[in-house]
Ligand binder design. Structure first.
Ligand SMILES: [Zn+2]
Length: 170
């Protein structure tokens, strides 16, 4: 059972080139090299859509512990959030939203899973840059796409698909 009160999901990107194969163990090394306590994200989603987490044996922050991913937005934010990092976010060194469809499918699945567990308030699944804007922290492109409209679109597709699926449920 989870002991934290989580009311926001924050989406990040690793700021590595799309198509480069990295995962939680790499992020763990990079964060340790900066003197941090290892990977500060709770979930990492690889280019092939694999979701890495502590529960699955990967070097990620356990879900019941605060992460280290939104410290730049002020005190308290790491405590009340879940941090998800998509691998990629850059094309030729510039911010790019060219994540794979497998990654975005996994992100949508994971968000719904977390929402089922924590009952995240509507509108509280946002990108790092959205939280930066809310808190007047110093600007970053992360996660290199607009999470809110993307999620609205995915939800609409999901609802749109429901009557079709209903044909098979009886
Ligand atoms: Zn970020």
């Amino acid at each position: 059972m989870n002991t934290r009160n989580i009311d926001y999901i924050i989406v990040h990107a690793s700021a590595t080139e799309h198509g480069q194969e990295f995962g939680a163990s790499d992020i763990d090394k990079w964060h340790r090299a900066r003197g941090w306590l290892g990977n500060g994200y709770h979930y990492v989603i690889r280019g092939d859509g694999t979701i890495e987490s502590k529960a699955e044996g990967h070097r990620c922050r356990p879900l019941d512990k605060p992460g280290a991913h939104v410290g730049d937005c002020g005190p308290g934010w790491n405590r009340r959030t879940v941090g998800i990092c998509l691998i990629g976010g850059l094309r030729k060194g510039k911010p790019s939203d060219a994540f794979t469809s497998e990654q975005l499918d996994s992100l949508y699945y994971l968000i719904n899973d977390l929402d089922a567990e924590f009952d995240i308030p509507a509108g509280n699944v946002i990108g790092h840059r959205d939280l930066i804007e809310m808190t007047n922290a110093s600007p970053k492109a992360c996660p290199c796409f607009d999470v809110k409209p993307w999620l609205v679109e995915r939800d609409a597709e999901f609802i749109g698909a429901a009557p079709f699926n209903d044909n098979f449920t009886e």
